[in-house]
Design a protein around this ligand. Sequence first.
Ligand SMILES: *Cc1c(COP(=O)(O)O)cnc(C)c1O
Length: 367
Amino acid sequence: MRVYNFSPGPSVLPLPVLERAAAEMTDANGSGQSVMEMSHRSGDFKSIIEKTGALLRELMNIPPAYRILFLQGGASLQFSMVPLNLAAGEAGTPKRRATYIETGIWARKAADEAAKYLEPVIRAGSADRNYTYIPAAPLPEASDAYYHITLNNTIVGTKWAVLPETGAVPLVADISSSILSEPLDVSKFGILYAGAQKNLGPAGTTVVIIREDLIGHAPSWVPAMLRYDVHAEECSMYNTPPCYGIYITGMVLEWLKALGGVEAITALNREKAEFFYDYLDNSRHFHAPVERLSRSIMNIPFVSKEPDREKRKGIEARFVKEAAAAGLVNLAGHRLVGGMRASIYNAMPLEGVKALTAFMKKFEGTL
Ligand SMILES: *Cc1c(COP(=O)(O)O)cnc(C)c1O
């Protein structure tokens, strides 16, 4: 039996994609092989990676001046690759600066990693209130190498409703948990990056969308595998790419296109999120801690209103356990935050959210 999987990542994939992958497991597209067994230099695989890139370009409306790269190392490696390629200097040259906005644990990690290669300046943040809001966006210094934001904060459940104005300073965004969930004007960004395992496919592939003029600035000491210019020149085939993950991602994109693309999924995602927030905001026992104007539509944390800390933890642990027994799995909050969190990515149907709220109503009756 399939469960409703509210995991923050790796996360739920569309059932038709999994079924098609199963059907093609031993013989993909009449090739007599699994995609896992194919040479990445074969015509069969070349058409898979090209089709996947073209679909992503179409669905996100990515302008021609941007390259799409399929890399490895997760979003976390981009925490290093962005500063290495945009701001690191030859040995002995002074460190450059970049703006970082600290809206959560991933944003903080990105800044900490960048500090190895430049001087990240945290010009705003929301750590003062447990990251439950998106702060007003300050202007960067004109000399900043770039301006980094985490567009959707997976752990704390916030998202940027309005993009910061950065002038000529390239805006760089981690969109791991919001890619293709709502419209995004790619032309406003210098670099977008996302680990695939939230809205795109299995873990192991990282998508990087980069404006061409930002390629080719890494100093000579930066390793080949960490250079955007190398990966762009080789069309993501400098070394063996994550072939199977790219293939699944391609099928997820086909599924999304058949559904009606970003416009259709946006309407569905907003309906799911509104339904759930509406329930939480009117619940006697549960509470959504994120400020209304900063709320994510992908990751929705919630807590018990029980004031006694020990009792609350007991109730929350029982909730997560009983929900799992009822086929609603992976609802525990992040280990650093506690409480609960429902991640309702593109592949989560409205029925899943309705089943969750029905369970929560029943649970409230037991308290
Ligand atoms: C999941 C996530 C990451 C980490 O991704 P990895 O692919 O595991 O490195 C980074 N940023 C955000 C916003 C995420 O949701």
